[in-house]
Design a protein around this ligand. Structure first.
Ligand SMILES: Cc1cc2nc3c(=O)[nH]c(=O)nc-3n(C[C@H](O)[C@H](O)[C@H](O)COP(=O)(O)O)c2cc1C
Length: 185
């Protein structure tokens, strides 16, 4: 009888541990900005691989093809690039519902002039990343991740930021999934 009670207690204890760890397992969020769809595709692959929610950063005044023409000195991106004080891009939303529930946040962006698109800046400045693992990812034609993730981490000032990864603009889903699995989250 004593033995049966002991076994029962062990089972109850084990079950309580399982349920506590399930409660403690936070959710994953993929936040991204994408001007022409490449980073959006990668964000979708990451969300599919992790079961994450997604949150898209959307400028109130979206960038048109003309705005994005980096070969024209007078285009919006060129003017903003040359004049950092004109880069404050107002977002439709820069706070996420139930932000506290997420303990892993992927942050995606296109590389603009070797760095993260400044469209992210308002989101980074507005949110507190304390207690979150943050994983930057980006797409570009040829540039690497460079200092982009590090600079975002510095701007955020909170959170545990991992190195992150850069993907070719038209990367295959399999390559993104392999990277996500390699993170061992
Ligand atoms: C304004 C602008 C600047 C860019 N600067 C770079 C760059 O410095 N290096 C690079 O490899 N690609 C650069 N690109 C290409 C983009 O990083 C690439 O096309 C990216 O995949 C776009 O992602 P998106 O479709 O999510 O906006 C630039 C594109 C734009 C519009």
């Amino acid at each position: 009888m004593k033995k049966a009670v002991s076994i029962l207690l062990v089972i109850i204890f084990a079950l309580s541990l399982v349920s506590a760890s399930a409660e403690g397992a936070g959710k994953t969020l993929v936040v991204y900005y994408s001007a022409t769809g490449n980073t959006e595709a990668v964000a979708g692959y990451i969300a599919a691989a992790t079961g994450a929610d997604t949150f898209v950063l959307e400028p109130v005044q979206p960038y048109t093809d003309e705005d994005l023409d980096w070969t024209n000195d007078n285009s919006r991106v060129c003017v903003e690039h040359e004049n950092p004080d004109q880069r404050a891009v107002e977002l439709v939303a820069s706070t996420v519902e139930n932000w506290a529930d997420y303990d892993t946040v992927f942050i995606g962006y296109p590389i603009w002039w070797g760095n993260a698109s400044w469209v992210l800046d308002g989101f980074i400045a507005t949110n507190d990343f304390t207690g979150k693992t943050v994983i930057p990812f980006c797409t570009s034609s040829s540039s690497g991740l460079g200092e982009s993730g590090k600079l975002l981490a510095e701007a955020a000032g909170t959170g545990e930021w991992l190195e992150g990864a850069r993907f070719q603009s038209s990367v295959d889903e399999a390559d993104v999934t392999a990277w996500v699995e390699g993170l061992g989250l």
